[in-house]
Design a protein around this ligand. Sequence first.
Ligand code: PMP
Length: 307
Amino acid sequence: MGIKSDKIWLDGEFVDFEDANVHILTHTLHYGLGAFEGIRCYQREDGKSAIFRLSEHIRRLIESCKICTIDVPFTQEQIERACIETVKVNGFEDCYLRPLVFLGHGEMGLSATSNKVRVAVIAWKWGAYLGDEGLEKGIRAKVSSFNRHHVNSSMVKGKINGQYVNSILAKREVMAAGYDEAIMLDTDGYISEASGENIFIVYRNRLFTTPIGSSILGGITRDTIVTLAKERGISIIEQRFTRDMLYTADEIFMVGTAAEITPVRELDERTIGDGTVGPVTKALQAAYFDQVKGSSTDHPEWLAIVE
Ligand code: PMP
């Protein structure tokens, strides 16, 4: 099925997929100043479709724009509604949603300020980002030679288009070496995150994740897992940790909207734990899937029902 849909929401109205085009002088295409989101809509056990944590994603989109000094010409509520309508108009029961804010054509150069701010919402069918087998059995990861941005080189809390060059270089590097995903260190050499996921480890029976005030993107899945873990009596230590702690961890898993909860079975040629999916990963993965597409009624505030 690929990334095809019938309609794309562009600047306030629906256009046909083939007509959702931009000019070659589109500013963001040249310099990368823009912001985007990645959101999933799931069909739940009761048959209803729900977009998971829609308002948190759109809030992050608007905050990313604020970081970039871009004034978004739509309200949070309007963009949320556009996401719901995009699922409906395309007749999807489950899909991935890609809201995008970018600067259109007009002025060129870095000093441009008059370009129209354009907003799109695109939907497509997207299966398991790191593969079904990866979700079930775990993936093979490698620490990349590329560091995650320094916190004052790029604005790491923003999901900003141009910043993804860093993630893509890391991802391409490790994929060329035969691995599934890249783990990036921060500029001090501590674990930061994967190319598109935050990282959790179980180390000496305690669950760790990197702190929000570090170089990571503040992942919404990360926040979901922290909440679900605490509700199950699993306390979380949010602090920086080192690469060798990963090598000797009992469990490692990566979390993100696209990758969901993906275990890591091997890192830099070392088997993690006994190479199978560990009990904490399994429990939190099950809790996550029950929350997003099962029958859990624990967090109705996280579900934007498509209706
Ligand atoms: N880190 C990076 C660099 C990402 O691109 C993503 C995906 N948006 C994440 C972490 C996970 O964020 P979320 O759980 O909000 O999808």
